[in-house]
Design a protein around this ligand. Structure first.
Ligand SMILES: [Zn+2]
Ligand SMILES: [Zn+2]
Ligand SMILES: [Zn+2]
Length: 189
């Protein structure tokens, strides 16, 4: 069953549009304190679950923590492997898929279709349309919430009489750091 695309948030007039887009385009510094990112995401998920009367069960929390081990999207089988290692026993794939489905429905993780992988949402508190920039070299993915892209897509598709169900935009390329390291030509995908 296709999940309905989240409606994009009402623009906050207090924040100029340009600065919101610019803020979102930043790739994480490789030396940043990632424990802070992961802890913030887990805390946010816990708080949102409480307010939504949902349960962040130990399994769901564990899956979310694995997805948040970095800024590189993680595939379901890599998550399963990690859970098996941690548990020291077999973990059934449906356990992971059910947890991922929950996390996705709550907006805690996004699925990257082109990589068949999941990444943590950096702003799970509000529904948003999202575009992903995926670096082919370091595999880091960053979400962009650019209303201009969302608005342009909506206008173009409605002109075509098309009913949108999912608005997933995935852009592959090189982050600024990898572009400096590798030059303009990206390594093969
Ligand atoms: Zn981080
Ligand atoms: Zn998001
Ligand atoms: Zn990169």
């Amino acid at each position: 069953m296709a999940r309905r695309a989240p409606t994009h948030p009402v623009p906050n007039p207090a924040i100029p549009r340009k600065s919101r887009a610019a803020e979102a385009t930043r790739f994480p510094d490789p030396h940043h304190d990632h424990d802070v990112c992961a802890a913030t995401a887990l805390d946010a998920a816990q708080t949102l679950c409480l307010s939504r009367h949902e349960r962040l069960t130990p399994i769901r929390r564990q899956v979310l923590a694995i997805v948040w081990r970095g800024h590189q999207p993680v595939g379901a089988y890599a998550i399963l492997d990690e859970m098996r290692r941690a548990a020291g026993k077999n973990v059934a794939p449906p356990t992971v898929y059910r947890a991922l489905e929950f996390l996705q429905l709550q907006g805690f993780v996004h699925r990257i279709e082109s990589l068949n992988a999941y990444m943590g949402c950096r702003d799970p508190g509000k529904p948003h349309s999202v575009q992903f920039m995926i670096c082919r070299a370091c595999k880091t993915a960053v979400e962009l919430h650019d209303d201009r892209i969302a608005d342009a897509l909506l206008a173009a598709t409605s002109d075509a009489g098309f009913t949108v169900q999912e608005r997933v935009v995935e852009i592959s390329g090189l982050c600024a750091r990898c572009a400096r390291l590798h030059g303009a030509s990206p390594p093969p995908a």
